[in-house]
Design a protein around this ligand. Sequence first.
Ligand code: NAD
Length: 362
Amino acid sequence: MNSKIAYLPGDGVGPEVLGEARRVLELCGRIYNRSFDIVEGDIGGVAIDKHDSPLPPPTVDLVKSSDAVLLGAVGGPKYDSLPGPKKPERGLLNLRELLGNYANLRPVYVYDALADSSNVRAEIVRGVDMVFVRELLGGIYFGTPRSRDDNRALDTEVYTVEEVRRVARVAFSLAQSRRGKLTSVDKANVLESSILWRQTVNAVAKEFPNVALDHLYVDNCAMQLILKPKSFDVVVTNNIFGDILSDEGGVLVGSLGMLPSAAIGGTAGLYEPIHGSAPDIAGKSIANPIGAIASVGMMFEHSFGLPEVGTRIQRAITKAIDQGYRTRDLMPQGSVNISGLTLATTRQMADVIYKFVENPDA
Ligand code: NAD
């Protein structure tokens, strides 16, 4: 069966990590007898340079005709002074809106051998296995009115019942397939939009009697994620809280470069590592490719109905880590010379993972 995949590397470390993810994608296609038509497009800063738009018409046409989208990262200092609608990040927001992907799944899984790589104590992070479900198409990133003059700026946090209900259902279903626990995060002690959020989540809970639901205020959640991260199974929250809290996941697992994501619910799934373009390390071949490679596993699960590919990729990543391979971000305290550990470039790390995906018993 042939599927079309839009391949959008973007800016900074995006092309570096996505090139490695593409190799694993093609390998898994061969192993599982799926053929892919992978078509490259421009997004973000590189699209601004070439087409004067962060999401130019050829990319819009490409993603509209694709079964899935694989994306690297967008943005960089060169574009920071552009007006809002022209910024690289707006290209990504517009892409999510175009595809209609309202639910963003961000798994945070601490690989046992990496428990020491986190700044949080190993006994606290070892065994963490949770998923953020971030609402992706509403809230303050899209709300209007929105304005700024020299003296005053305005953004709008806005949600409808239906926007909350549909993402809540995704989160409850996911919790049902895991450990049966859902935490909804809001700021219902202060925000009207959060009161509506909480009421709606409580109403949806009646459809899922097997799921234990609790609610946390976002400030408390930020603290509990560091104090008791193992207490979480699935967390559902709005667009901006999900954006911020899931970066804490990067601290738990040892590096932001580890985390994959899937944006689902629309016409075609969008798969990307959660990190940005990392301009501080771009072009040095030291970026961690694991978040991008694991995003390929999520693509097979959610777009192609093959969750076993995700499992195979995760096992390969586990083996690479167990054998001591580390990109620089995973080296304890930034050291490069630790017995039992091998400092790997982006390519070397990906090569080891590739080998174990190809031959799990190698
Ligand atoms: P960032 O995620 O790019 O980087 C934060 C930190 O994590 C940096 O120290 C970086 O070196 C490190 N890091 C990120 N990815 C890594 C990887 N694969 N391997 C090793 N280390 C990694 O966030 P930032 O510095 O705040 O933003 C840089 C640019 O990226 C900005 O223009 C921002 O708007 C954009 N951004 C884009 C996305 C996206 O494309 N989805 C997400 C966040 C930020």
